[in-house]
Write a protein that binds this ligand. Structure first.
Ligand code: F6R
Length: 258
């Protein structure tokens, strides 16, 4: 595991964009697994700027998103389709044919999950999976106590996730209660994972990942300890928190502090 500690959100976003830029440049046929949320907006903004200055060949790239709310139309401003168009697909000139998200309006959600898994497999799996983390340790929308063995599935969002995501909606009761999410097994099959985290509200989840030996469904993010190729870009607020006395125990990881 490689841990890159940066000063703040802005530095996390820049560093993340640089990493993604070089990964795409090195493999124009890359299949990216992408996340939404506040954490990634800065990363995608900086990546678009890099692409504007030094254009990448994106014609052979494919993307798969981690998740989408159930019951929200792709055109709705609150859908992850809308978010991706705004922050990634339009600025990067990625066509609809290259970009996959679960269909939250599918009549048969179970079938839709199977279809999504098949599409990922058909593309040879995910090369790089971008992740954020919930303050409760969720990855994708795999909430605490989700089996590590699940694949793309329907999930019930926890109250804490609904509260956290309410900032993107007009009112908390507008936040959908269900979503489709890649499963933890699907995420763990990615060849490489890059996790981004910023802010004190992520410190507890990052602490569980870095400073506890436990791998537990109570903190889904802890499964990343078993993946062979993980990079974490984390800002000081998410990294240090009140737990920095234990930094010495992190000798097993490569830590870069910039
Ligand atoms: C979003 C996703 C979620 C978010 C997480 C953090 O596609 O899968 O796991 O990454 O909820 O969200 P933010 O970045 O808004 O704090």
């Amino acid at each position: 595991m490689e841990i890159i500690v940066v000063k703040d959100y802005e530095e996390m976003a820049k560093k993340g964009a640089e990493i993604l830029y070089h990964e795409i440049k090195g493999n124009p046929k890359i299949t990216l697994g992408l996340a939404t949320g506040g954490t990634q907006i800065g990363v995608y903004n900086h990546l678009s700027k890099l692409h504007e200055d030094r254009p990448l060949d994106l014609t052979a790239l494919s993307t798969f998103n981690l998740d989408e709310y159930i019951g929200i139309a792709p055109e709705s401003e609150n859908s992850y389709h809308f978010y991706m168009n705004k922050y990634f697909f339009q600025p990067m000139s990625i066509s609809q044919e290259q970009a996959y998200l679960p269909n939250g309006l599918a009549e048969d959600i179970e079938e839709e999950c199977k279809r999504y898994e098949k599409l990922i497999a058909h593309h040879g799996g995910i090369d790089i999976q971008v992740l954020g983390v919930g303050s409760n340790g969720h990855i994708g929308f795999n909430e605490p106590r989700t089996s590590f063995h699940c694949r793309t599935h329907e999930v019930n969002l926890t109250d804490s996730t609904i509260k956290a995501n309410a900032r993107f909606f007009d009112a908390e009761d507008e936040v959908p209660k269900k979503a489709i999410s890649m499963g933890i097994e699907t995420i763990m099959e990615a060849k490489k994972i890059i996790l981004f985290a910023s802010g004190r509200n992520k410190a507890k989840a990052i602490n569980q990942l870095l400073r506890s030996d436990e791998i537990t469904v109570e903190w889904p993010v802890t499964i990343l300890k078993t993946h062979p190729n993980v990079t974490i870009v984390v800002d000081e607020a998410a990294y240090n928190s009140d737990f920095n006395e234990q930094i010495l125990n992190l000798g097993k990881y490569n830590i870069f502090i910039s």
